[in-house]
Design a protein around this ligand. Sequence first.
Ligand SMILES: NC(=O)c1ccc[n+]([C@@H]2O[C@H](COP(=O)([O-])OP(=O)(O)OC[C@H]3O[C@@H](n4cnc5c(N)ncnc54)[C@H](OP(=O)(O)O)[C@@H]3O)[C@@H](O)[C@H]2O)c1
Length: 245
Amino acid sequence: MKLKGKNVLITGANGGIGRALVMALLERGAAKVYAAARSADAVAELIDGSSDQVMAVRLDVTQSASVRGAAEQCRDVELVINNAGVNRCMGFMGSSAMEDARLEMEVNYFGTLAMCRAFAPVLASRGGGAIVNVCSIIGLVNLPVNGTYCASKAAGHSLLQGLRAELAPRGIRVIGVYPGPVDTKMTAGQEMPKATPDEVAAAILAGVEMGDEYIFPDPMSRHVHAMLEKDPRQVERDFGAMVGG
Ligand SMILES: NC(=O)c1ccc[n+]([C@@H]2O[C@H](COP(=O)([O-])OP(=O)(O)OC[C@H]3O[C@@H](n4cnc5c(N)ncnc54)[C@H](OP(=O)(O)O)[C@@H]3O)[C@@H](O)[C@H]2O)c1
């Protein structure tokens, strides 16, 4: 899909990767970017000083009325980027694991599902288009220190596989993005090599334009993906060994 002249909606647009995607879309000539954020302050900040091609949308992906309202407001969207996400950095045995796992499922899985269901008819009415779901490389193998988050991203991976087949007859492409660690609020305080939001955003949009269905947008995600192709049990053991490390 060529992005020049397209109308695009991004959820979590006030976050690290979301902001970088808004800027990268403008650079690639998108006609209109609906930048969706859940708080009024974040929405106001998003439109402040940015190009008049950026339209702020108030959207909480866990609230069905909010999702429905966004789909009614943005009738001309041709590409939806489901980028909103939460990571409570919790293992399955942690004291607040039940609460954290439910929140992650609500945002990362049910929120993404609700967005896809609400926007598929909008995309279909414009002849097809595409949905990009930002998953994670640790949706493909569990990293136990982030165990509950990984489970929600694994559900997100399964979601996009199923949707790909269900939406293909309506001309809608479904694209999965599997980043490794990225330097955003989500990984603040975690010491490890991280990609920049700008490089990840550029790789995501390059993949969309190339027609990729699976996008591994940074060196760490490409490395882990290659290891998973070769020996998935070894990656599981290596990630498991990081517990307490
Ligand atoms: N950073 C990484 O290492 C990494 C790696 C792999 C995948 N990812 C994925 O990349 C995506 C973007 O994350 P990021 O790194 O840019 O993190 P971030 O800076 O923390 O941004 C997360 C965004 O999601 C929004 N959000 C959270 N709950 C929401 C809800 N209920 N409704 C609507 N928006 C909501 C946040 O809004 P508020 O500001 O209102 O909280 C924020 O805009 C996420 O899906 C994340 O799982 C990140």
